[in-house]
Design a protein around this ligand. Structure first.
Ligand code: ADP
Length: 630
C-alpha cells in the first residue's frame, strides 16, 4: 500500500470529518469528472482523426446495488493509466485546494464550497472506494482502491478481465447513522428517485447522457409478472445556454451559475449573447456580485469555457475577455471555430478575436445598464471588483481607460451633505458653470486634507479616493469629457476669488521671511510659499516636479518603487491669513531660533496631515522636547 502524501491525508480528514451538511454533492463532483473525461476523449479523438469514437456513444452510467450497498459511476471516457491513477488520485495538493486551505485556515465547508474537493468527496459517503480504469489507446487496465484513511493500492487487472475503455468508480456506502438527532441516511443514494433528483439538481446540463437501469415489473394476461430492464436518461442534456431563451427561466440560469462556479450568491448580472455574422456564437456570461475568496490571488484562473461543436476546448480561455473583466464567468459556444488545430494556435485565431471584441462591448454595456437601473446591486458589485477595474485603467498604458472610465464609482465630498458614491458623469453634470476642473484628492482620509476645505467652500465637489494607486488611475484618465481632472494638491486650483496678483505682491513683501524659512527646511523642502487655497489650516504640503506626494506614498508601497525616482519635490505652503503666519512674522523679527522651531513644527504638521512617513524621528523628538521645555 502506498500512503497518501501528508497534505492529502490532512485534507481527506478534513473532508471526511467535517460536519458537512451537503454530502450529496459527491455525486455532482464524480459526474463532473466523468463528463470531463468524456470531453477529453472527444477532443483527443478529434485531434487524432480517430473515427472509431463517436460522440453519441459517450455516456455516464449509474449502477446501484442495494444488497452490496454499492453505487458505481461508470464513464467510457479517456480513462487513466497507472501513472495517472497514481498522480491524480494519490495526491490532492496539486488541485490547489490544499494550498489555499493552508493560507486561509478557516471553515472547511467554505473551501469545499468554493472549489469542490473533486474525487475526494467520494469519501464523504463511502468508506471504501474502488476505481477501475482503462486509458484510451492502452491495453492494460488498473484498479485503484482505498479506504480513504491510510493510503491506496494500485493493481493491474487480470488479463482476462477485458475492461472497457474508461473509468468506473465504485463506492461502498457507509452504514446509516442512527443518532437521536437523525444522522445521515446513506442508503438513499441507492434509490433511483434520489439519484434522479440529485442529477436534476446539480448535473442536468451535463452534455452527455447520465443513465440508470430501471426495472419494470408488469403482469401479463395470465397473471405472471415479468421484470424487464429499461435504461433511463436522468438529465436533460441540453446545456442551459443552448436552450431557447424563452424556455429558460432566470432561476435556471442562477442554478447553473451557483453549481458551476460554487457561488453562494446570485450573480449581479446575467448576459446572454447570440451572435450571427462573420462568426456565429452563443455566450452565457455572469457578472458575480461577490468576489471569490481567491480572486485577488494568483490562484484565481480567469477566463470562460470555450466550446465548439459541443466539444469543450478549454476550461479557462483567458483570451476571450480583457483582463479588466477577468471577474466575468461563463461559456462561449461557437460552431465556427477552426478546431482541428492545437489549443495553442487557437490563441491567434482571428475568429476568437472577433468574439472577444463583441464580448467586451457587451460586458461594458451590461455593466452600464446595471449602474443605471440597479444602483444598489452595482454598488455591491463595485465593492467586490472596483479595485480590478480601477487598476486596469492605468494598466497597459491606459488602453482600456475609455471602456472603463464610466464604470468607476468615487466617493463625492460635498459641503452640507453626506459623502455619496458618484460616477464621473454624475460629478460633471452637477458642476456649476464657474467650475473649471474636476477636483479630486487621494488620501487615506480626505477630511484631514486642508486643501479640500477651500474647494468645498467654493461650492465645488471633491472626488475622494483612498488607495495610493488611485493617483495613477487619475493621471491616466487625465480628463473627462473635456474637463481636466485636478488634484487639490496642485499648485493652482483656480478657485473663484483667487487673486494671483495679491498673493504675488504679498510674497514679494515677505521675501526675506520666506527665504529664511526655505533655508531652514532645506534640503527637505524646496520652497516655502504663500497660498490662498487654505481655510482653517495654517499650512499644507504640495509638490513641484513630476512626482506628487501621493505618488511618492504609492512608490514606497511597491517593491522597487523607490528606484523609480523617489521623492516628490516638496513645497510647504503657508496660509497668510492664519494666526500662525502672524506668529512666524513676529518671531522672525524678535527671535530667529524660535521662528526656525515654529516652521519645523508646521512642516511636521503638514507631513502628518498628508499621511507621509516621517523621516528622521530623532530630530523631531528633539524638536518637541525643546518646545515643551520652553
Ligand atoms: P479536479 O477534477 O479538480 O482536477 P479531482 O480530485 O476531482 O480534481 O480529480 C483529479 C484528477 O483525476 C482529474 O483532474 C482527472 O485528471 C482525474 N480523474 C478523475 N476522475 C476521472 C475519470 N472519471 N476519468 C478520467 N480521469 C479522471
Amino acid at each position: 500500500m502506498t500512503e497518501f502524501k501528508t497534505e492529502s491525508k490532512r485534507l481527506l480528514e478534513l473532508v471526511i470529518n467535517s460536519i458537512y451538511t451537503n454530502r450529496e454533492i459527491f455525486l455532482r463532483e464524480l459526474i463532473s469528472n466523468a463528463s470531463d473525461a468524456l470531453d477529453k476523449l472527444a477532443f483527443a479523438a478529434l485531434t487524432n482523426g480517430d473515427d472509431s469514437i463517436s460522440r453519441s456513444d459517450l455516456r455516464i452510467k449509474l449502477t446501484a446495488d442495494k444488497n452490496g450497498r454499492t453505487l458505481t459511476i461508470t464513464d467510457n471516457g479517456i480513462g487513466m493509466t497507472r501513472e495517472e491513477l497514481e498522480a491524480n488520485l494519490g495526491t490532492i495538493a496539486k488541485s490547489g485546494s490544499y494550498d489555499f486551505k493552508q493560507e486561509h485556515a478557516g471553515d472547511a465547508s467554505d473551501i469545499i464550497g468554493q472549489f469542490g474537493v473533486g474525487f475526494y468527496s467520494a469519501f464523504m459517503v463511502s468508506g471504501e472506494v474502488t476505481v477501475t480504469s482503462l486509458a484510451y489507446g492502452a491495453s492494460d487496465g488498473y484498479i485503484w482502491s482505498s479506504n480513504g484513511v491510510d493510503g491506496y493500492t494500485i493493481e493491474a487487472l487480470p488479463p482476462d478481465a477485458e475492461p472497457l475503455r474508461g473509468t468506473s468508480i465504485t463506492l461502498k456506502l457507509k452504514d446509516d447513522e442512527t443518532g437521536e438527532d437523525g444522522g445521515e441516511d446513506f442508503s438513499q443514494y441507492l434509490e433511483t428517485y434520489k439519484l434522479r433528483s440529485l442529477i436534476r439538481k446539480y448535473s442536468d446540463y451535463i452534455r452527455f447522457p447520465i443513465v440508470i437501469d430501471e426495472e419494470h415489473t408488469h403482469t401479463d394476461a395470465d397473471g405472471n409478472s415479468h421484470v424487464h430492464v429499461e435504461e433511463q436518461t436522468l438529465n436533460s442534456m441540453t446545456p442551459v445556454w443552448q436552450r431557447p431563451k424563452s424556455e429558460v427561466t432566470d432561476n435556471d440560469y442562477k442554478a447553473f451559475y451557483r453549481d458551476t462556479y460554487y457561488a453562494a450568491d446570485d450573480p449581479a448580472a446575467i448576459i446572454n449573447v447570440s451572435a450571427e455574422g462573420t462568426v456565429s456564437f452563443k455566450a452565457l456570461l455572469f457578472v458575480p456580485l461577490v468576489a471569490p475568496v481567491n480572486f485577488y490571488t494568483r490562484e484565481y484562473k480567469p477566463g470562460v469555457s470555450l466550446y465548439s461543436n459541443g466539444v469543450l476546448i478549454m476550461d479557462n480561455c483567458a483570451d476571450l475577455l480583457p483582463a479588466c473583466f477577468s471577474f466575468v464567468r461563463g461559456v462561449v459556444d461557437s460552431q465556427d471555430l477552426t478546431l482541428n488545430v492545437s489549443r495553442e494556435t487557437l490563441q491567434q485565431d482571428r475568429q476568437l478575436r472577433v468574439i472577444a471584441k463583441n464580448l467586451e462591448k457587451r460586458v461594458q454595456s451590461e455593466l452600464l445598464k446595471l449602474l443605471a437601473d440597479e444602483r444598489e446591486t452595482y454598488e455591491k458589485f463595485w465593492a467586490s471588483f472596483g479595485l480590478q477595474i480601477k487598476y486596469n485603467i492605468s494598466a497597459d498604458y491606459g488602453q482600456k481607460k475609455d471602456t472603463l472610465a464610466d464604470l468607476v464609482l468615487f466617493t463625492r465630498a460635498r459641503n452640507g451633505s453626506e459623502p455619496s458614491l458618484v460616477t464621473l458623469s454624475e460629478y460633471a453634470e452637477a458642476m456649476p458653470e464657474t467650475q473649471k476642473y474636476i477636483y479630486y484628492v487621494v488620501a487615506e482620509n480626505y477630511v484631514t486634507q486642508p486643501e479640500v476645505e477651500a474647494v468645498l467652500n467654493s461650492g465645488f465637489d471633491v472626488l475622494a479616493l483612498s488607495d495610493p494607486s488611485d493617483e495613477f488611475m487619475m493621471e491616466m484618465l487625465g480628463e473627462y469629457k473635456g474637463k481636466q481632472l485636478r488634484s487639490v494638491k496642485a499648485q493652482d486650483l483656480e478657485l473663484p476669488g483667487d487673486s494671483k496678483s495679491d498673493l504675488a505682491e504679498q510674497e514679494t513683501e515677505e521675501k526675506e521671511l520666506l527665504d529664511f524659512l526655505t533655508k531652514t527646511l532645506s534640503p527637505e523642502v524646496s520652497a516655502v510659499k504663500l497660498t490662498s487655497k487654505l481655510v482653517s489650516a495654517p499650512c499644507a504640503l504640495s509638490s513641484g516636479g513630476n512626482i506628487s506626494l501621493e505618488m511618492e506614498r504609492f512608490l514606497k508601497t511597491v517593491a522597487g518603487g523607490e528606484s523609480f525616482g523617489g521623492k516628490a519635490l516638496r513645497i510647504l505652503e503657508l496660509n497668510p491669513v492664519h494666526k500662525a503666519f502672524g506668529t512666524l512674522k513676529t518671531l522672525f523679527a524678535e527671535d530667529k531660533d524660535k521662528a526656525a522651531q515654529t516652521i519645523k513644527l508646521l512642516y511636521l504638521r503638514a507631513q502628518l496631515a498628508a499621511g507621509l512617513e516621517l523621516s528622521g524621528a530623532e530630530d523631531y523628538t528633539k524638536l518637541l522636547d525643546d518646545v515643551v521645555s520652553g
